[in-house]
Design a protein around this ligand. Structure first.
Ligand SMILES: [Zn+2]
Length: 121
């Protein structure tokens, strides 16, 4: 495999930190509002404020669940790098394509099995 595991690990760790921060923000909405309120004092950056509010509303509307699910997937992918099973389909045992891993670094199924799984739903 020519896939650079160091690069993939870096991408996964970045995603994990981002998701953890997002989940943390939702779980402490009250304190976050206070923090952004403090930051807004004396600031003209209203666009950034409203963007943050929109982001938080979207998180409140069910994204928290998705973020936690995604975080599980990302952490599982990091474990697979440690265990040297990263990039191998859990169903058929064949390598997952590099293009797919670059698009979805936490993918645990090859594209064929992923499609088959979604088709069964
Ligand atoms: Zn497969």
């Amino acid at each position: 495999m020519t896939l650079d595991l160091g690069t993939m690990r870096g991408a996964l760790e970045h995603e994990r930190d981002r998701l953890r921060a997002a989940i943390e923000s939702v779980n402490h909405t009250g304190s976050l509002e206070e923090e952004t309120g403090d930051l807004a004092i004396g600031s003209d950056d209203h666009i950034a404020d409203s963007a943050t509010e929109t982001f938080m509303r979207e998180l409140d509307e069910g994204l928290e669940e998705n973020a936690e699910h995604l975080l599980d997937e990302v952490e599982a992918a990091l474990r697979r790098i440690d265990e040297d099973t990263y990039g191998t389909c859990e169903v058929c045992g064949r390598p997952i394509s590099e293009a797919r891993l670059e698009a979805v670094p936490w993918a645990r199924l090859c594209i064929d099995d992923k499609r088959a799984q979604e088709g069964r739903r």
